[in-house]
Design a protein around this ligand. Structure first.
Ligand SMILES: [Zn+2]
Length: 319
């Protein structure tokens, strides 16, 4: 199947920008994303890319601002996959939009780093020794004419080589193009890259949880689409997928602490998913109870269910 940094000077979120959510089955949702404004970052906190590419890069929140290494030290470097871009119809309008909207090399590299840090990093600086990354060796982004938005698959040769298929028609249809294309494309790529790096309980993980984790990463990268919002009362099911599950996971991360989603992902590496034991083992309650807690927290507007931790962190850092 199918970013993060602690910064002292947080990039501001551009509410007008948006990104797109991609789904594996081709039904896509829309999205919005935010693009960080450029700003000098404190060297010890978050090394920011050059201004020219910074605008195009998703920015993920870091778990914790602690444990900053000494001045001059660099964050841990995760393995870099070989990144490829294949444009199957260079004359397609969508190809033109893609190539004009993002610096593919910079955006993909940044998104991979964000995904790796959010799923496998204790914080921005240090990997989490209790997690084990997927052996992903390469990611090929294939821009082609197709329905839907995007999906990720293993290559025919080897599951460690991933392919992200991204619809040229979808890219061409992003509106308003000028304001949203960059963030939409980055948001979709980030979502799909999670699928390249997440565990799935040996194929037994509910699809809604898989998609929820992908969108939680997107949320933490401040690349959520404009239409996403936490429902006034948690509606539907905990495994409804996409933003529904993403906000639920965000609540769990806020309530049980930074690294909760990372532990969920790691547990999905170790074992087959068994809904009756998975959540009690990890968080001490059934997922139904946790979902009810979440619904109540949303209704009461409690902090852990009102703003994403990322936004809270931003507020703290901006203060
Ligand atoms: Zn997906």
């Amino acid at each position: 199947m199918t970013i993060h940094r602690n910064i002292t000077t947080r990039p501001s979120v551009d509410a007008s920008s948006s990104s797109i959510m991609a789904t594996d089955d081709g039904k896509e949702t829309t999205t919005a994303a935010t693009i960080p404004a450029t700003g000098p970052a404190a060297p010890a906190a978050t090394p920011l890319p050059p201004a020219a590419i910074q605008k195009q890069q998703p920015v993920a929140e870091s778990d914790a601002a602690d444990e900053k290494p000494a001045d001059g030290a660099k964050p841990f470097e995760y393995p870099k996959p070989k990144l490829r871009l294949e444009v199957r119809d260079i004359n397609h309008e969508g190809a033109d939009v893609f190539l004009q909207s993002i610096n593919a090399a910079a955006v993909l590299a940044a998104a991979v780093g964000n995904v790796q840090r959010l799923l496998y990093g204790r914080n921005f600086w240090h990997p989490d020794p209790d997690t084990h990354m997927t052996p992903t060796r390469s990611v090929t982004v294939i821009l082609r004419s197709m329905g839907g938005v995007a999906y990720t698959t293993g290559s025919e040769i080897d599951g460690d080589h991933k392919e992200i298929h991204f619809s040229l028609e979808y890219i061409a249809g992003i509106r308003p193009r000028k304001e949203r294309a960059t963030a939409e494309i980055a948001g979709v790529l980030t979502h799909e890259l999670v699928h390249c790096y997440q565990w799935n309980g040996h194929g037994s993980c509910p699809g809604g949880l898989i998609e929820g984790i992908a969108d939680w990463v997107r949320l933490r990268c401040a690349l959520e689409p404009p239409h996403w919002k936490r429902e006034p009362a948690a509606v539907g099911r905990w495994d409804g997928g996409y933003q529904h599950t993403a906000y639920f996971l965000d609540y769990l991360e806020n309530r049980f602490g930074s690294g909760t989603v990372r532990r969920i992902n790691e547990k999905l590496r170790l074992e087959h998913y068994d809904g009756d034991s998975f959540w009690p083992d990890l968080l001490g309650d059934s997922v139904q109870k946790l979902w009810e807690d979440y619904a109540e927290a949303v209704k009461e507007g409690r902090p852990e269910a009102s703003d994403s931790a990322a936004q809270q962190l931003k507020q703290v850092q901006d203060a």
